[in-house]
Design a protein around this ligand. Structure first.
Ligand code: ATP
Ligand SMILES: O=C(O)C[C@@H](O)[C@H](O)C(=O)CO
Length: 344
């Protein structure tokens, strides 16, 4: 019996709500941003990347978002439309709001950072009026990306989308996704992240993002991963995934199983983008009715392929490409079932 079932009569697989922005990744690698001369432009934004990833894996995807009313907004809408990602729920900024820009810095394969320009950003202009109840009802999964909770009216749009999802048996996946830039305070983060976590069927986040959800500051003693997972499962979550960077991730399920997933060995190019690929392929596995370990392994393989690539969105893979990678790396045993209280 699958932990999470889907209404196969729904016409869309996934709808995401949140930001779609632009990435400018340096062409001159392994140096600080001030030493870079040229960039390659890609579609970006964690939810935007996930939409591309899930679509590339053959799923029907829609996006609720707001883009700038300029050529950058055109680029995003064209990119989605060319790939069959539904843009009927996308709006254009009305008061000159700009596309979010992310200048990534690849100082070394293991040291990356992202510089985000998010003043008057269009993606936070999504409003409750832009959220169509039937559109959510027609989707098997709603993916909410945490940064969309950082400001109104985007915050209220997300909360309304979740209300509609709960009303219409649409599963809610909360991708915690923390980007400091747009938040007023850590208290606000705790309030809205913990609220979303209490309503989600699946929660995916890095350990740092989970700590923010719990309101833990740097000095606080961190509760063990399983303690956090138990709390979210008590509130109704079926799967809780806590990511630990290149160490991999650990997943807990409502039927009291825990899985450790180690990273695949690859030639790392950049240390960001893995989470979006991981989430995309994991969601694909859930929709395919796979077991949680199978879906986790698929996500981990996809993540490895994307962190080995220059782009995030453009580097998303097909099912066949991920299968070929897993075949190539079949000697690497990445997944282990753990005792519930074991740590990564
Ligand atoms: N150096 C690496 N080698 C192989 N796989 C990696 C490496 N770093 C990360 N990954 C894979 O990517 C997954 C997600 O990475 P991470 O924990 O950094 O998530 P994240 O912070 O959400 O990523 P993102 O940069 O997309 O926000 C990891 O669980 C792992 O499977
Ligand atoms: O999430 C962001 O807004 C930044 C992304 O565009 C970038 O591709 C990245 O860091 C993916 O995790």
């Amino acid at each position: 019996m699958a932990l999470i079932s889907f209404d196969e009569n729904k016409k869309r697989d996934v709808v995401l709500i949140g930001r779609v922005t632009l990435d400018f990744n340096p062409n001159e690698l392994n140096r600080t941003l001030d030493k870079v001369k040229t960039f390659s432009m890609y579609l970006g934004g964690s939810p935007g990347n996930m939409a591309v990833g899930i679509n590339k894996l053959g799923k029907k995807v829609g996006f609720i978002g707001c883009v700038s009313d300029d050529q950058f907004g055109d680029f995003v809408l064209n990119y989605f439309n060319e790939r069959g990602i539904d843009t009927s729920q996308m709006t254009r900024a009305k008061n000159g709001e700009r596309m979010g820009l992310t200048f990534t810095e690849i100082k070394s394969p293991t040291e990356s950072s992202i510089l985000m320009y998010r003043d008057q950003v269009a993606d936070l202009e999504i409003a409750p009026e832009d959220v169509d109840e039937q559109y959510i009802a027609d989707s098997k999964i709603l993916i909410v990306s945490g940064t969309a909770l950082s400001k109104s009216p985007s915050r209220e749009a997300c909360l309304l989308a979740v209300q509609y999802a709960k009303k219409h048996n649409t599963r809610v996946i909360f991708d915690i996704d923390y980007r400091p830039y747009s938040w007023r305070s850590k208290k606000d983060i705790q309030i809205y992240y913990s609220l979303l976590a209490s309503m989600a069927d699946v929660i995916i986040g890095s350990r740092d993002e989970v700590n923010l959800t719990e309101g833990l500051d740097e000095e606080a003693t961190e509760p063990a991963d399983h303690v956090i997972a138990e709390k979210y499962i008590e509130h109704g979550a079926k799967i809780v995934i806590i990511k630990h960077g290149k160490k991999g991730s650990i997943a807990y399920t409502a039927d009291k199983k825990a899985y450790k997933v180690e990273s695949y060995h690859i030639k790392l190019l950049k240390s960001f983008g893995g989470g979006d690929a991981y989430g995309s392929a994991f969601v694909y596995g859930l929709l395919a009715g796979w077991t949680v370990p199978q879906a986790l392994q698929h996500g981990t393989a996809h993540a490895a392929m994307v962190v080995a690539s220059h782009s995030c969105s453009d580097a998303m893979q097909t099912v066949e490409q991920i299968d070929a990678f897993m075949q190539e790396h079949k000697d690497e045993k990445v997944i282990t079932e753990l005792d519930w209280e074991a740590a990564l």
